[in-house]
Design a protein around this ligand. Structure first.
Ligand code: SF4
Ligand code: SF4
Length: 393
């Protein structure tokens, strides 16, 4: 029997994974939160894996300090990407957070508030659901009888409505029929799943699954990295355990745009004279493997030149917002965003482009606070500018 099989709450496969760590430390190299631990090894992913083994052997106990280490993680997946032994590190971190929550050693107060807000209002921000549709324009009238459902997501709907508005305007003008469940859409559950609050997430997921079934959705499109990852990877598992159907194709909106581009239905013809650099959102890039799609779209825009940051695609640096870190450790999240912003500035690009409302929020704050001379744009902004130059404003 594996020495780690006492690691209750983790599956046997995850238990075994703890045993195979080679202690190489590669996972430390790209971890965005490790440098904020003052050089102490206990802040590294490697140390956390080692702790899990020691804990399983009964030689370590769960403490508030270890809880802090496990919650100081943006779930950016960089460690898992570089790990030579293929340990499912994200599942380890999330399983451990779940256990810490069960034992009363988590989540952080701000993360707990997200759960309370989601339970009371259906979104982690505590906003009235009646404002979920405020981004909609008259031209966005949803269509009855379509099986394409736009899932705005809480961050885009309540914090970045302009991003959602522009993205949906593109779909509308290209004649893509969609329905929208504004006011009925609940948080996808991502912020709660990433912070170990699985029970709270399950209720939200169940309500959304019922909504998708009522709407007869066969394709769900969302502009959010966190929502698209959660809908693709977590919903099938939860739907099965809840006994609810989920026979749905989930698309990050960039996947739909690139599909339309290849079909010749999205034709960016207006020149956009900009030098841009692209930030791969962790939960779109590393989580979903969508690295080339945004670059194909940017490459199709006449006049636009892409210059890559030192770390891009699988090596991309996190914006600092994921895994509940922006709520739980806002100063660290802001510093991580500044670090990534500097990489963007160093390319000499005039515009930093991304395609996730969390990343947009992080960089918007970083630019505001640092005064960096770089513009921020969503992928949809540049597409819109090229598709309808005269109406871009
Ligand atoms: S997921 Fe990202 S932040 Fe978390 S331990 Fe791995 S590299 Fe560090
Ligand atoms: S990269 Fe993988 S094998 Fe190496 S120390 Fe980190 S978890 Fe262990």
């Amino acid at each position: 029997m594996s020495a780690t099989q006492e690691l209750r709450g983790l599956s046997a496969a995850l238990d075994a994974a703890v045993d195979i760590c080679a202690r190489c430390g590669f996972c430390k190299t790209g971890c965005p939160t490790y440098p904020f631990g003052g050089g102490f090894e206990t802040f590294s992913p490697r140390a956390k894996v080692h702790f899990l083994r020691e804990f399983a052997m009964g030689r370590e106990a769960l403490t508030p300090e270890w809880s802090d280490r496990f919650f100081r993680c943006t779930t950016c997946e960089r460690c898992e990407t570089v790990c030579q032994t293929d340990i499912p590190l994200i599942r380890l971190w999330e399983s451990m957070r779940e256990r810490l929550v069960r034992q009363g050693l988590g989540p952080l107060p701000a993360q707990k508030r997200m759960m309370e807000n989601a339970a009371a209002f259906g979104n982690p921000y505590g906003e009235s659901p009646s404002t979920q549709t405020r981004w909609m324009l008259p031209e966005h009238a949803p269509v009855e009888g379509t099986d394409i459902l736009v899932f705005g997501g809480c961050t885009a709907s309540y914090r970045m409505p302009a991003m959602l508005q522009k993205g949906v305007t593109i779909l509308t003008r290209l004649g893509i029929p969609f329905s929208y469940a504004g006011g009925e859409e609940h948080c996808c559950g991502s912020p709660l799943l990433r912070t170990g609050q699985v029970e709270g997430a399950t209720g939200l997921i169940g309500r959304n699954l019922d909504l998708f079934a009522r709407r007869k959705a066969r394709t769900i499109v969302t502009p959010c990295g966190g929502c698209s990852k959660t809908l693709k990877k977590d919903y099938p598992v939860h739907a099965k355990s809840l006994g609810k159907p989920f026979d749905v194709e989930v698309l990050h909106v960039s996947e739909l745009y690139v599909r339309l581009l290849r079909e010749g239905r999205l034709v960016p013809s207006g020149r956009v004279e900009r030098v841009v650099t692209f930030h791969d959102p962790c939960h779109v890039g590393r989580s979903q493997g969508l690295f080339e799609e945004p670059r194909e779209l940017l490459g199709a825009i006449p006049g636009l030149r892409l210059t890559e940051m030192q770390r891009s695609r699988t090596e991309s640096r996190c914006c600092g917002a994921g895994g509940g870190v922006k709520a739980g450790y806002p100063e660290m999240a802001a510093a991580i965003a500044l670090d990534r912003l500097q990489e963007a500035v160093d390319t000499g690009a005039d515009t930093l482009v991304t395609m996730c409302p969390f990343c947009q929020g992080s960089f918007s704050q970083a630019i505001r606070e640092s005064g960096a001379k770089i513009a921020l744009a969503g992928l949809e902004d540049l597409l819109f500018e090229s598709l309808w130059p005269a109406r871009a404003a």
